[in-house]
Design a binder for this molecule. Structure first.
Ligand code: MG
Length: 247
C-alpha cells in the first residue's frame, strides 16, 4: 500500500531531508585524497547526532555504518573502512537520517581530486537523469513515467541503468511502497497523487547494467568492474509539482 502523507508529515520529511542535505555538505567538505571512508563515516555520524537525529542506515538489516561509501566500480552499499580514496577516484555517498520518526535519504557521487573527463560525464549524466525523473513526478502521471525518463536519458548517452536495485517510497520507514525502478515503459504503474513521497535513485554504469554482491554480503559492484555512479533525492509529489526534500 502506498501511504499518502499529510502536509504536516511532508514537513517532517523535509526536516529530516534537510539534515541529510547538510550532512552531505559536511562529508563533501571533508573529502580529499588520502581520507578513509571510515573517517567520512565519522564526519557524517557526528553531524547527524549533533542535530538530535538518528543515522537511519546504521543497524538496518545489520548494516554497520552511518553512510554507504562506494568507490569506482562499487555501485551501492559500500561499507566504510580503512581504505583511502585517491585522486582520480569517484565515490558514491549515500546518507539516511531519521528525525521525529521520519526518514530522509539521498545520495551523490563525487570526484576525488582530478578525475578523467569520461568520469565527469558519467557523474553529469547520472545527476541529470535524476532530475529528468523528478521532473516526471507530477500528479496525474504514472510511476513508470519517472522510470522511463531516467532510462531513456541514460541510454541515449550510451550508459546503462542498474536493474537489481531501485528507488522506493519513503516515510516513517526508509523503504515503503512503491518500488521506483530506473527503467520501464511509460504510462504504466500507479497513478501519482499529491502526498506520495518517494526516493528516486538512478544507479548508472559505464558498461553492463549487471551487478553482483561481494562476499561481505553488502558491497554491490558492476559485473564488468567498470565505474558506476549514484544520485538520489527524496521528494514529495504535490499539487505544485515535485518538492525535493533533500536539497
Ligand atoms: Mg534510497
Amino acid at each position: 500500500m502506498i501511504i499518502i502523507k499529510s502536509d504536516r508529515e511532508q514537513q517532517y520529511l523535509y526536516d529530516a531531508g534537510q539534515i541529510v542535505a547538510k550532512t552531505h555538505k559536511e562529508v563533501a567538505e571533508a573529502l580529499k585524497p588520502g581520507i578513509t571512508t571510515q573517517e567520512l563515516d565519522r564526519v557524517a555520524e557526528e553531524y547527524i547526532l549533533k542535530q538530535q537525529a538518528i543515522p537511519s542506515f546504521k543497524g538496518y538489516n545489520g548494516f554497520p555504518a552511518t553512510i554507504c561509501a562506494s568507490i569506482n566500480e562499487e555501485v551501492v552499499h559500500g561499507i566504510p573502512s580503512l581504505k583511502q580514496v585517491k585522486s582520480g577516484d569517484i565515490i558514491s555517498i549515500d546518507i539516511g537520517a531519521t528525525l521525529n520518526g521520519y526518514v530522509g535519504d539521498a545520495a551523490v557521487t563525487l570526484p576525488v581530486g582530478e578525475v578523467d573527463e569520461s568520469l565527469k560525464r558519467l557523474l553529469d549524466v547520472t545527476k541529470q537523469s535524476l532530475y529528468e525523473g523528478i521532473n516526471k513526478a507530477r500528479v496525474g502521471n504514472r510511476l513508470f513515467d519517472v522510470s522511463h525518463a531516467i532510462q531513456s536519458f541514460v541510454e541515449d548517452k550510451d550508459f546503462s541503468v542498474v536493474r537489481d536495485f531501485v528507488g522506493h517510497g519513503i516515510g516513517r520507514d526508509m523503504h515503503e511502497e512503491p518500488q521506483v525502478p530506473n527503467f520501464g515503459p511509460p504510462g504504466r504503474g500507479p497513478r501519482l497523487r499529491a502526498g506520495m513521497t518517494i526516493a528516486i535513485e538512478p544507479m548508472v554504469n559505464v558498461g553492463t547494467h549487471e551487478v553482483e554482491t561481494l562476499l561481505n554480503g553488502w558491497t554491490v559492484v558492476t559485473k564488468d568492474r567498470k565505474p558506476s555512479a549514484h544520485f538520489e533525492h527524496s521528494i514529495a509529489i504535490t499539487d505544485k509539482g515535485p518538492w525535493i526534500l533533500t536539497k
